[in-house]
Design a protein around this ligand. Structure first.
Ligand SMILES: Nc1ncnc2c1ncn2[C@@H]1O[C@H](COP(=O)(O)OP(=O)(O)OP(=O)(O)O)[C@@H](O)[C@H]1O
Ligand SMILES: O=P(O)(O)OC[C@H]1O[C@](O)(CO)[C@@H](O)[C@@H]1O
Ligand SMILES: [Mg+2]
Length: 474
């Protein structure tokens, strides 16, 4: 009997073995990505993919992504929901058999903006090599120092080829340099037009994606046939829709070293506390994943979960009890956690970086001094030590690990294939493991907070056995 044949009725859980039930899924909405004006005209097309003529590679027909290939936003559904939401689909990323643009005259510009992230140089390398080797594009330029480089001097536009970028994947940081701020839309687009660029690849975080949306809209307003692609970079993993951002796994791995050191310091002291601050402005993914992987952590503090310091049910009493129980404790705090607890002057409340991001106060030294003060007051006759470790920039200034390097390559290739298909205003990224094209406008507003109601936060709680620190316990 065909095990996949639909059954005639519901599986009521009897012991006769698995049965199949046919269900009707809700309608499917395709969140399509925009196309270049010239690509629309060439849709019935046109230019065969040069990969088909590659001297060393004979792609089978299954190699190419068909016009109808999509991936689904959500991989699981509740079939019993009374009013199921429509399914959202995205175009699958990958090479198309016929291109929407002619790669021969293409002139590509690559730019990195915002903070560093492991893998930036790998993405740059693979964009350069992929454009050259897969599509024969010879005019590839690196734009120095973020968006402002588009209206900078001639030396800010550097021609790149595979030989130049050969070992970039082994380097942390970004060879192109990065900056915040300097987003002058008209000057940027004028600079792009003046230099004859036809493809822009902008690698950066949420701010960079919002900037890319503005550039995309300005291209449209001016009727320009220039594509723009955003490649999401965020060590904090704070961009939504995609499974995770590149460099994140590397950062979590490096964070282990800091937690290990904090643990050694804590266990080697009498009543020792090891305190580690990790990156994560608005999301606690790094702290959470580092806590889960380490298992030496007694308390993980993230921006999504409020806590209070003193009194019943507060952090300090919990730490005291944990020290009494184990002799030591390790705390991991994300930089954005507990910001509302730190007293600040009016000037500090207004302080912003060049891109307009609020400047945070340093939660690490704040916790260390408040805890020390509390301990002296409450337990003046007991020895106590806090060792504070701040590996902030160390976790993002390293080269990508092997997994992230592979990820960066697939992102870069997906970006190039999408541009060559004639798409613009899009972001490549894995959704449930399938590389897909997502509208830039969606990515620019898609946040990715830690969902404290799902199983992962419960998992943290089971590893640390920390309480909720809610005031009602007081
Ligand atoms: N709303 C916006 N519109 C246009 N440009 C923006 C916007 N927000 C930020 N930018 C520009 O995008 C660039 C990068 O922004 P930002 O410094 O916030 O880093 P980011 O891309 O968010 O990366 P990170 O995750 O490291 O913070 C800057 O040049 C900034 O001026
Ligand atoms: O490089 P800067 O300006 O110090 O930025 C630090 C910020 O950048 C990030 O690494 C990414 O947004 C944050 O975790 C951190 O708050
Ligand atoms: Mg940002």
């Amino acid at each position: 009997m065909d095990p996949t044949a639909p059954s005639s009725g519901d599986n009521n859980g009897d012991a006769t073995g698995p049965t199949n039930t046919t269900v009707t899924l809700p309608p499917l909405t395709l969140r399509d990505v925009p196309r270049l004006p010239a690509a629309l005209a060439a849709a019935s097309s046109s230019v065969p993919n040069p990969i088909s003529r590659h001297p060393n590679f004979e792609p089978p027909s299954t190699f190419y992504i068909s016009r109808g290939d999509v991936s689904l936003r959500h991989a699981f559904f509740d079939l019993s929901a009374a009013a199921p939401s429509p399914l959202v689909a995205y175009r699958r990323a990958g090479p198309r058999q016929c291109l929407g643009v002619d790669p021969a005259p293409a002139r590509a510009a690559l730019v990195t903006c915002g903070g560093l992230c492991p893998g930036l140089n790998t993405v740059l390398r693979e964009l350069v090599v992929g454009l050259h080797e897969l599509y024969g594009v010879r005019d590839v330029f690196g734009v120095a120092a973020g968006y402002r480089g588009f209206y900078g001097a001639d030396e800010d536009h550097v021609r790149l080829d595979p030989a130049t970028v050969d070992d970039w994947h082994k380097k942390g940081g970004t060879v192109l340099k990065t900056t915040r701020g300097g987003f002058d839309l008209n000057k940027i687009v004028d600079g792009i037009v003046a230099r004859g660029y036809t493809q822009i690849y902008a690698i950066g975080g949420d701010g960079t994606m919002r900037g890319a949306v503005a550039i995309f809209q300005e291209f449209k307003r001016r009727g320009l046939n220039i594509s723009i692609t955003g490649i999401p970079k965020t060590v904090d993993n704070d961009i939504g829709i995609i499974d995770r951002s590149f460099g994140f796994q590397t950062a979590v791995e490096i964070a282990q070293q800091a937690i290990d050191a904090a643990h050694v310091e804590a266990v080697s002291a009498v009543n020792g506390i090891g305190l580690v601050k990790l990156m994560g402005r608005s999301t606690g993914h790094i702290a959470l994943h580092a806590t889960l992987s380490s298992r030496d952590v007694d308390c993980c503090l993230i921006p999504e979960v409020p806590f209070h310091l003193e009194g019943k049910g507060g952090l300090f009493e919990f730490l005291y009890d944990r020290i009494k129980e184990k002799g030591h404790a390790v705390i991991v705090v994300a930089e954005g956690a507990g910001q509302e607890l730190i007293p600040r002057t009016d000037d500090q409340k207004r302080e912003q970086d060049e891109s307009g991001n609020i400047v945070f106060l340093d939660v690490g030294p704040f916790l260390k001094s408040e805890l020390g003060r509390w301990w002296k007051r409450e337990h003046p006759n007991e020895l106590f030590t806090v060792k504070y470790i701040d590996p902030t920039y160390m976790i993002r200034a390293v080269p990508a690990n092997a997994t992230d390097n592979l990820y960066c390559t697939l992102l870069a290739h997906s970006a190039i294939h999408g541009v060559m298909a004639g798409f613009t205003g899009f972001v490549p990224g894995p959704i449930n493991g399938t590389y897909s094209y997502i509208p830039l406008e969606d990515i620019a507003v898609a946040k990715n907070p830690v969902d404290v109601n799902d199983h992962k936060w419960a998992w943290v709680r089971s590893v640390t056995n920390q309480p909720d620190f809610v005031k009602s316990h007081a």
